[in-house]
Ligand binder design. Structure first.
Ligand SMILES: [Fe+2]
Ligand SMILES: [Fe+2]
Length: 185
């Protein structure tokens, strides 16, 4: 663990304070998008007895993640991303759109998104020091739950979705772009 947050920053990187603001902004945006993805999936698969409870469970965890980052954003006076209206639409569209392709495609979407978030939280955890122990704990706890979501997707046939490699790559690229944008805008 780093002793202090951002001690591994390079010249030209944002300051530790700016870095922390970006972290909270992007995590708030990401969790918002995650809630919308699961809402989109539930709009299509919410009555399917194989998925109703699973999707409800995952959405509830995402809501808890979002609440935590909403609180942190208020406490630390971090302005939310200006792109929230876009994630409102794009998240729902991604969730509902993949679910309309079929339940395996919905699971493939979950796996792709959660893999990207797992990596994203792992990178954040590396940058947080003892001075941010509580935030680090939060990030690690949420990361474990995102991995649980990914495993649910894998256990429910994500890899059997038609065109899985292409679908997965496209969703991962989109998710990484959303992360990049939400850190900056
Ligand atoms: Fe989450
Ligand atoms: Fe998740």
């Amino acid at each position: 663990m780093n002793k202090t947050t951002g001690e591994d920053l390079m010249p030209g990187d944002p300051s530790p304070k700016e870095m922390l603001e970006r972290m909270i902004r992007v995590d708030q945006a990401g969790e918002y998008g995650a809630v919308r993805i699961y809402q989109g999936q539930r709009a299509v698969l919410g009555k399917d007895p194989r998925y109703a409870e699973l999707l409800r469970h995952m959405e509830e965890q995402e809501r808890h993640h979002l609440d935590s980052f909403n609180k942190l954003a208020v406490e630390r006076r971090v302005r939310p991303t200006l792109l929230q209206p876009l994630w409102h639409l794009a998240g729902f569209a991604l969730g509902a759109g993949t679910a309309l392709l079929g339940d395996k495609a919905a699971m493939a979407c979950t796996v792709a998104v959660e893999e990207v978030i797992d990596q994203h939280y792992a990178e954040q955890a590396k940058r947080l020091g003892e001075d941010e122990a509580e935030l680090l704990k939060t990030v690690e706890q949420f990361r474990a739950e995102e991995v649980e979501h990914r495993d649910i997707g894998l256990a429910h046939g994500a890899e059997q979705a038609v065109g899985y490699p292409l679908l997965s790559a496209a969703i991962k690229t989109g998710s990484r772009l959303a992360i990049w944008l939400s850190e900056r805008i």
